[in-house]
Design a protein around this ligand. Structure first.
Ligand SMILES: Nc1ncnc2c1ncn2[C@@H]1O[C@H](COP(=O)(O)OP(=O)(O)OP(=O)(O)O)[C@@H](O)[C@H]1O
Ligand SMILES: [Mg+2]
Length: 386
């Protein structure tokens, strides 16, 4: 600690370190609509140059949280700082208006201005900030080149495709080098194919410019592609924060596991174990018999605790009845349905009280109605409270 403090001797270094850790700091934010706690004690940070996604089902408080950061809502509790500046504080009754927060916004409803050209749309924020005419033109053209619209400078925006219009909105949000970018489901009006390419473009652009960004979506795949870190929200509260892959592989509860990708839950009880093993035994009742699976427990879980064993469909292998060994704990079941998905096959296995969905890359030697062993990869099984 001592050497670190010495390393941060100058003010610039201290500021740099603070910005890296938390350029945006949302601190115990609560926003009420009547009795509805739309955002309930929400705390998180976005580092300098980082892209963080708020992910969760409809009504969980994503937009409310983003709108508080934008300055479009006042807080009922908590505070928000951007780049070290206090922009919202419930206790001090501070609420800096949106136009003075120096942020760029790309919302679903923030469309292009139809009576203007592409140039006019992107130039507008600079003209409002009274930037010199020559400089406006230079910066607008730079920005349009960055989003790949150099050829369309003078075109009326209504004569652009949906994706091109969205690029104009993006250019307009970024042209005055804002301190932060805020996105609220910016791609939801685009068709599926365009959405896939645009989210990748947004990510590339954000990384190239190095701007900090907060992005709202209910689409798990979008969050996966776009984010350095994901914040999973549910009913106004944060359930989990982490890099997308970590959340996918190590969800902390059943809500996160089922919202972030497909998952199987198998009811069981943790069996006896000693020390702090990586995997603990879990007794599972399946087709009238007790089976023993192995799964990674959450910190502090004890023998006798009721849990779900959570396992992703692609982490189950199906094999003929004879293939199971002691090392690969298996559940026996009957194949009830097989669906070809193109990239893989989905097998539905009925094991009495346990219903499993399994994704297999190759066809398995099992037809509908036959018995199979479902082999669960122990290092991919985790225990979640139930
Ligand atoms: N202006 C408002 N007045 C009253 N209640 C509101 C208002 N805005 C949002 N709410 C309520 O607050 C809760 C959170 O809404 P919010 O818009 O933040 O959800 P969301 O996560 O963005 O959902 P979606 O994915 O549907 O956009 C919801 O219950 C919603 O009905
Ligand atoms: Mg919303």
């Amino acid at each position: 600690m001592g050497s670190m403090a010495q390393g941060l001797s100058s003010g610039e270094d201290v500021k740099g370190e603070r910005d890296r850790q938390g350029y945006l700091v949302v601190d115990h934010l609560t926003k009420l609509y009547g009795k509805n706690r739309a955002a309930d004690d929400v705390t998180f940070t976005v580092g300098k140059g980082e892209m963080v996604t708020l992910l969760g089902p409809s009504g969980c408080g994503k937009s409310t949280t983003l709108r508080c950061v934008a300055g479009l809502e006042t807080l009922d509790a908590g505070q928000i700082t951007i780049g070290g500046d206090l922009v919202s504080s419930a206790s001090s009754h501070i609420s800096i208006p949106p136009e003075r927060r120096d942020i760029g916004m790309v919302f679903q409803s923030y469309a292009v201005w139809p009576h203007m050209t592409v140039w006019g749309n992107v130039a507008y924020p600079l003209q409002v900030h009274k930037v010199a005419k020559d400089e406006v033109d230079v910066r607008v053209r730079q920005m349009l080149s960055l989003v790949g619209l150099s050829e369309m400078v003078d075109r009326n925006v209504t004569k652009l495709s949906g994706g091109q219009q969205q690029r104009v909105v993006l250019a307009r949000a970024m042209v005055h080098n804002p301190r932060m970018l805020l996105f609220d489901e910016p791609l939801s009006n685009l068709d599926a194919r365009l959405r896939v390419s645009m989210r990748f473009e947004i990510r590339q652009l954000q990384q190239r410019v190095g701007v900090s960004a907060l992005y709202v979506t209910h689409d798990q795949t979008e969050a996966m592609v776009l984010s350095d870190r994901v914040i999973v929200m549910n009913q106004g509260r944060i359930e989990q924060v982490g890099p997308p892959l970590e959340i996918y592989q190590k969800p902390v509860n059943s809500f996160v596991a089922s919202f972030f990708g497909e998952v199987n839950f198998i009811e069981g009880v943790i069996g006896a174990f000693e020390g702090t093993p990586v995997s603990v035994p879990v007794e599972v009742k399946c087709q009238g018999r007790m089976h023993r699976l192995f799964a990674t427990p959450q910190p502090g879980m004890k023998a006798g605790e009721k849990v779900y064993v959570s396992v992703r469909p692609q982490d189950i292998e199906l094999a003929s009845e004879s293939a199971a060994t002691a090392e690969t704990p298996a559940l026996k079941g009957t194949v009830s349905r097989i669906v070809h998905m193109g990239s893989h096959l989905e097998y539905f296995v009925d094991a009495g009280a346990v219903q499993l969905t399994c994704h297999c890359v190759r066809e398995v030697e099992a037809k509908v109605g036959t018995t199979v062993n479902a082999l669960l990869k122990a290092d991919r099984c985790i225990c979640l409270s139930r």
